[in-house]
Ligand binder design. Structure first.
Ligand SMILES: [Cu+2]
Length: 489
């Protein structure tokens, strides 16, 4: 009853949807905004755990009120820089998408005030938590949705240590497509044989957006064909690197709120999956990996010792997910001679460039003019040139000289002499070729055009020169012997 009175006093019932007045929120915990100047872990006084570093994000400070940790989340429209050169209009919490990370200790009693400054009703679901059913945040099922302008409160004990997330459970498709989500970490109260002490603890949430080139608001009705693949609503080269000291025990917590799975791959080290949103994985059920798949709605917690110096790639292994915005219906032009049409098109469209004859990497090096507020497909630069990636890609930087607790970027790795791949200018040993495969007598009709094109492009390689059964032209091993199909039909 007391709490009820507290609320009716704290939040007037007739606030405009645009803004919840500050004076009306006087009894609520202070409204925290993202800190200026990058990501640093938040370590409240007396903490014994290693605080989490949320990549390109922050941890929400709490206020202690008679033993209860009180948080204030505000769901609202935000502008998020996805990477330098692109801003997006998203929905987030407390000024950012994703919202701030909630970081508590097992057994903590938490009280979460949620103010809705969105134009539509919302709720917050505390994904993975043990809590009273009525605190679960499913609109229509466990509570009415929080109307615009209203503040609601959730209260429960963080019973299980682990890696969790929070997200709306009202108009889910729209609100998550707009970036409304956040991380929740519950540290163990006591040392546990299942939960290692680590030197570095990183966390990020994966989200995907479909944004038309030149626009800033995601298409919320897209079901599968997204074009921006983000970690904490950032894409490479805009994602923080994970900067650690040689020998550090490292934990990375990954959550997936996209509509597809993401095989997360780390270079140079093996890791084990030590926990999911269901809790710690028993040691007997752990095995070494260099890639682990994070399914939709799942969280994975991976751990390893960073014992190899260098700049190691950490990325989703779906290669389309390490790309910036691209048209997915672009035909493959590898091996196609576009010179004949190029001149004609250039007469109509000055500056038109024929692309893709030699692959797509030239997209990364050419720096074509782009629509405003659009990222290149591959935007990165490394110490050795263009890094043909965007999207879900960043670096684990392992350095001998990195100070304990220092998360600053040490710059590019300087490899010791003799440890760098290099051009070979000496004599080259013969490269064995794949053994010849017998050619199928009934080739599929699809090879017709390819065979014809092949003979036109290389008129010097006459069909008769290739004896039956011998390896065809090694550049096009799958093309049927020219002559057999192209000229008979
Ligand atoms: Cu992926």
């Amino acid at each position: 009853m007391q709490r009820r009175q507290f609320f009716s006093g704290a939040v007037a019932g007739t606030l405009a949807s645009a803004a919840v007045a500050r004076s009306a929120l006087a009894a609520l915990p202070e409204l925290h905004q993202p800190p200026v100047g990058g990501s640093t872990p938040w370590r409240p006084e007396g903490t014994r755990y290693t605080p989490v570093l949320t990549l390109n994000g922050w941890t929400l400070p709490w206020r202690l009120n008679q033993g209860v940790k009180e948080f204030h989340l505000v769901a609202e429209p935000v502008v998020r820089e996805i990477a330098p050169g692109m801003q997006m209009r998203l929905w987030g919490y407390n000024g950012q998408s994703p919202g701030p990370t909630i970081e508590v200790v097992e057994g903590d009693r938490v009280r979460l005030f949620v103010s809705n400054r969105l134009p539509e009703p919302t709720t917050v679901h505390w994904h993975g938590q043990r809590l009273p059913n009525g605190m679960d945040g499913v609109a229509g099922l466990t509570q009415p949705a929080i109307e615009p302008g209203k503040t609601w409160v959730y209260e429960f004990v963080a019973r299980r240590p682990g890696t969790f997330m929070y997200h709306p459970h009202a108009d889910e498709m729209t609100q998550m497509a707009m970036g409304l989500m956040g991380l929740w970490i519950t540290h163990p109260r006591q040392t546990s044989p299942l939960i290692a002490k680590v030197d570095r603890d990183f966390a990020f949430l994966m989200a995907s957006y479909n944004v038309e080139p030149g626009s800033a608001t995601p298409q919320v009705n897209t079901m599968l064909d997204f074009n921006l693949w983000t970690w904490n609503s950032r894409t490479f080269p805009g994602i923080d690197s994970l900067n650690v000291r040689l020998g550090d025990k490292v934990r990375i917590r990954v959550g997936n709120l996209t509509m597809t799975n993401h095989p997360i791959h780390l270079h140079g080290h093996e890791f084990t999956v030590t926990g999911t949103d269901g809790g710690p994985v028993p040691p007997t059920a752990r095995w070494p990996e260099v890639t682990t798949d994070v399914g939709v709605g799942q969280m994975r917690q991976i751990e390893f010792v960073a014992d190899e110096e260098g700049d190691w790639a950490l990325h989703c292994h779906k290669s389309h997910h390490t790309m910036g915005p691209m048209g997915h219906n672009v035909p493959t032009m590898i091996g196609v001679d576009q010179s004949a049409v190029l001149e004609k098109i250039q007469n109509l469209v000055p500056g038109y460039m024929a692309m893709g004859e030699r692959g797509m990497a030239e997209m990364g090096s050419m720096r074509m003019p782009l629509p405003e507020n659009t990222l290149p497909m591959m935007g990165g630069r490394g110490p050795h040139g263009s890094l043909d990636m965007g999207g879900m890609f960043t670096l684990l930087k392992v350095r001998r000289g990195q100070k304990p607790g220092d998360h600053s970027d040490p710059g590019w790795y300087q490899p010791p002499a003799g440890t760098l791949a290099r051009e070979w200018t000496g004599p080259v040993p013969e490269a064995p070729q794949a053994p010849a495969q017998p050619t199928s007598p009934a080739a599929p009709a699809a090879s017709h055009d390819a065979a014809a094109m092949h003979s036109h492009q290389h008129p010097s390689s006459s069909p008769e020169a290739t004896p039956a059964g011998a390896l065809p032209d090694s550049t096009l091993p799958s093309v049927r012997k020219p002559g057999a199909g192209a000229h008979q039909h």
